[in-house]
Ligand binder design. Structure first.
Ligand SMILES: [Mn+2]
Length: 349
């Protein structure tokens, strides 16, 4: 199940809590001592920066499956509504002694410590930083033009997310799934985890087949709303199928469209398998799936300009900009993102 450690970094006393959360999450992932130390250092730096320059923020540690497939990695996300960083590349350079409103040298240390580290900042709106850590044997990344990732934010800082993301790569066929287990807490997490395991356990099946089989697999669970997208990279085609209330937005052909799901609950007694919707999948395109923790009036305008960023960074920006420090969540929030980048190597992002 998707375990998440959330620390509201309201003052400097929470820096230690963020470091401890990173350490506990690293233990669950099974990181060695050196990777754990790197994660703890990064957590401290990120939390310190949020205190110092953003008036606090939200720190998340989760056991992510991305971008390393089924094997677990540790993903740290720092997210704030502060003034932002004007020049991110400069803030990542060591020795940079910024003016009082910008981030200091801590980000350079994060960049060296993490297996992956990326910062996105929108002056006036806030900053997002994502760091990932994995054991050396698990660092084989998905390759190809499509990049996937996301994040979980449980309601009220709960330890388990009722939402579950899953990603698969089968020789140019990419599967992106987001499940929202009914309600929240352990029973919701169990339902969405069953959906994630089904996706991770088999490859190459079309979304309607996955949903039909999920319906059987989730019969003894509480049930879930599920959206599945199948991306065929060589044919540049995206096939979407959804049941229940999971939001889906696709940026293709220069505009955003909403992909609609059929009402229902996967795992409940009657399910009419929805018919798949087919769309194009071209360089610069973006898919965003989100559960109902995001405000319904959320609009993706402008998010397409972030296409070159890591998918988890984009998911965190969507979460940051859809909410605010003042507006609490109403439910668990899960955001899954896929981008069609033009990078030929799919390499070290
Ligand atoms: Mn939910």
């Amino acid at each position: 199940m998707t375990e998440v450690w959330e620390i509201a970094v309201t003052d400097t006393s929470r820096i230690r809590d963020a470091a401890r959360a990173a350490s506990e999450a690293a233990r669950v992932v099974g990181l060695d001592a050196s990777r754990t130390a790197a994660a703890v250092l990064t957590a401290s730096e990120l939390a310190t920066n949020m205190c110092r320059y953003a008036g606090g923020g939200r720190f998340l540690a989760e056991t992510a499956r991305e971008p390393w497939g089924a094997s677990r990695a540790l993903q740290l996300v720092a997210l704030d509504h502060g003034p932002g960083i004007e020049n991110v590349p400069r803030a990542l350079t060591d020795g940079f002694t910024g003016h009082p409103d910008s981030l200091g040298t801590g980000l350079g240390a994060c960049l060296r410590a993490a297996d992956f580290f990326e910062v996105q900042s929108s002056p006036g709106r806030g900053t997002v930083a994502v760091a990932r850590f994995a054991l050396p044997t698990d660092r084989e990344r998905f390759t190809g033009p499509t990049v996937t990732g996301g994040l979980h934010v449980p309601l009220n800082g709960a330890a388990l997310s009722g939402d579950a993301l899953a990603f698969r790569n089968d020789r140019g066929r990419r599967t992106v799934m987001l499940a929202d287990g009914l309600g929240h807490g352990a029973a919701a997490a169990q339902a969405s985890e069953l959906a994630a395991r089904l996706v991770l356990g088999r490859g190459g099946d079309p979304p309607e087949t996955l949903l039909r089989d999920m319906h059987e697999a989730l019969r003894r669970s509480r049930g879930a709303a599920v959206a599945v997208a199948d991306i065929d990279e060589s044919h540049r085609r995206l096939t979407f199928c959804g049941v229940g209330n999971v939001g889906a937005r696709l940026y293709h052909g220069g505009r955003w469209r909403t992909l609609t799901s059929r009402p229902g609950i996967v795992g409940a007694f009657a399910l009419r398998t929805p018919s798949p919707q087919r769309h194009g999948w071209e360089p610069g395109d973006m898919l965003v799936l989100h559960t109902d923790g995001l405000p319904s009036r959320w609009t993706p305008d402008g998010v397409e300009r972030l296409v070159a960023h890591d998918a988890a960074v984009i998911a965190a920006v969507v979460f940051r900009d859809a909410g605010s420090a003042a507006r609490p969540l109403r439910d668990d929030t899960g955001v899954a993102v896929a981008t069609h980048t033009v990078r030929p190597d799919g390499g070290d992002r």
